[in-house]
Design a binder for this molecule. Structure first.
Ligand SMILES: *Cc1c(COP(=O)(O)O)cnc(C)c1O
Length: 409
């Protein structure tokens, strides 16, 4: 394994102090900012004096607290700059709209988050004249073939939702570079585990809502990239973050900032529990999908690309074949055995379960679902780290036995 470990960069940043000497960053609770001289204001609007000169314009533009959280996200992803948004979708839609205009074309993985799929498949063609070709991102020839002279973005998730296919970021980056277009990676499933920019990607987007927040109480997102790109998102005439306004609240930024120092511990805990349960499930004879298992088709690739300290991630799947059996399993796991919750989302400290085909991937057409490998009985589990391994295994095994999945001899 070769991946970059960002925690040294994160630890270094912890030595920026609040204005009262607090060990945590201060919350700048102002939506607007004063200037000492009237002449400064026109300079700010012309972009001559910016936040790096300590001049803030307005809270929907840069806010100091949100800006500081952006520095942490930039350290996490090893980018020159980053900025945080009100949601993952705010980050994704702003990024895509900054990179494509009417008439342009996107090549995207066919196994993306349902909201991203709907944005590209349904919303952008109608509202903005931007079209998308969805391809199997693991088929590099198909990716190359889908790129036309109109293509301005290559878009993928680092680890796909819910099929957990791993994107070969170095090879995709080479294809994007050849075509002269940026590679955008949604790293929501694998913060710390994968460092897309160190592997050649240009821009990383996150749904902070998931692992980075870790408590399923906040909706938030981030865009990480070069300084000119992040600045372009705030352009007063064409910047999608400035003009569409998916602005993060500074109080939210402060809360997220307090969770980043223990993200490494949480990621390792999710991965450790998920790997142990996946091994037992496989041994039991359940149809488990987890990139930490040598039986997973991308196990070796993930080994090659990942930072070794955080495991293989917190998400796994169990294929129950039919939606009925998937629902029975989840219902038992929640209501009889107290293993976890039937809820969408992921990255929570407890286990969350959903049947992807009828929930978070229901935006996909049936054809796109089957070509993305989403069976109607596929249960996605975001494995929490509460309770003990033995307790959780007893619960899981109990529910499998009740649905009639018998242990292999
Ligand atoms: C949840 C999710 C999003 C959307 O993020 P929100 O914070 O809900 O807007 C995008 N990509 C992936 C992979 C996700 O899991």
């Amino acid at each position: 394994m070769t991946g970059r470990n960002p925690i040294e960069a994160l630890a270094h940043l912890r030595h920026e102090f609040g204005e009262h000497g607090g060990i945590n960053m201060s919350i700048e609770a102002s939506s607007t900012f004063t200037v000492m001289e009237p002449g400064t204001m026109p300079e700010m609007f012309k972009g001559l004096k910016g936040h790096d000169a300590g001049c803030y314009l307005y809270g929907r533009h840069f806010n100091p607290t949100v800006y500081n959280l952006g520095l942490q996200l930039a350290a996490l992803e090893g980018t020159e700059a980053a900025y945080c948004t009100a949601s993952g979708m705010g980050a994704i839609s702003s990024t895509v709209m900054a990179l494509a205009k009417a008439g342009d074309h996107i090549v995207a993985s066919s196994a993306v988050y349902g909201g991203t799929y709907a944005l590209m498949h349904d919303f952008l063609p109608v509202k903005a004249g931007i079209t998308t070709s969805f391809v199997d991102i693991t088929d590099l020839d198909a990716v190359r073939a889908a790129i036309t002279e109109k293509t301005t973005v290559l878009y993928t998730e680092s680890v796909s939702n819910p099929t957990l296919r791993v994107a070969d970021i170095p090879k995709l980056a080479a294809i994007a570079k050849d075509a002269g277009i940026p590679l955008v990676v949604d790293n929501t499933f694998s913060p710390l585990i994968l460092n897309p920019v160190a592997l050649g990607a240009d821009i990383v987007v996150h749904s902070i809502t998931k692992f980075i927040s870790g408590m399923s109480d906040i909706i938030a997102g981030a865009v990480c990239g070069s300084k000119p790109f992040i600045e372009s998102l705030m352009d007063l005439h064409e910047g999608p973050l400035m003009l569409l306004g998916p602005t993060m609240d500074p109080k939210v930024a402060s809360k997220i900032s307090l969770r980043i120092p223990h993200l490494p511990i949480r990621m390792a805990a999710h991965s450790e529990r998920a790997l142990a349960l996946a091994r037992r499930l496989e041994e039991y004879g359940a149809k488990v999908g987890y990139p930490g298992l040598p039986s997973h088709e991308d196990h070796e690739l993930l080994d090659e690309l990942a930072c070794p300290d955080y495991g293989y991630g917190g998400v796994m799947t169990i294929d129950m074949e039919t939606e009925d059996r998937a629902n029975q399993l989840m219902s038992l796991l929640q209501n009889k055995y107290r293993f976890g919750f039937m809820a969408v989302s992921l990255g929570y400290f407890d286990t969350l379960m959903s049947c992807s085909g009828s929930s978070t991937s229901s935006e996909l057409t049936d054809d796109d679902k089957s070509s993305a490998g989403i069976s109607p009985g596929l249960v996605r589990l975001s494995i929490g780290y509460t309770g003990t391994l033995e307790q959780r295994w007893r619960q899981l095994k109990g529910a499998l036995e009740d649905v009639g999945v018998q242990a292999a001899a």
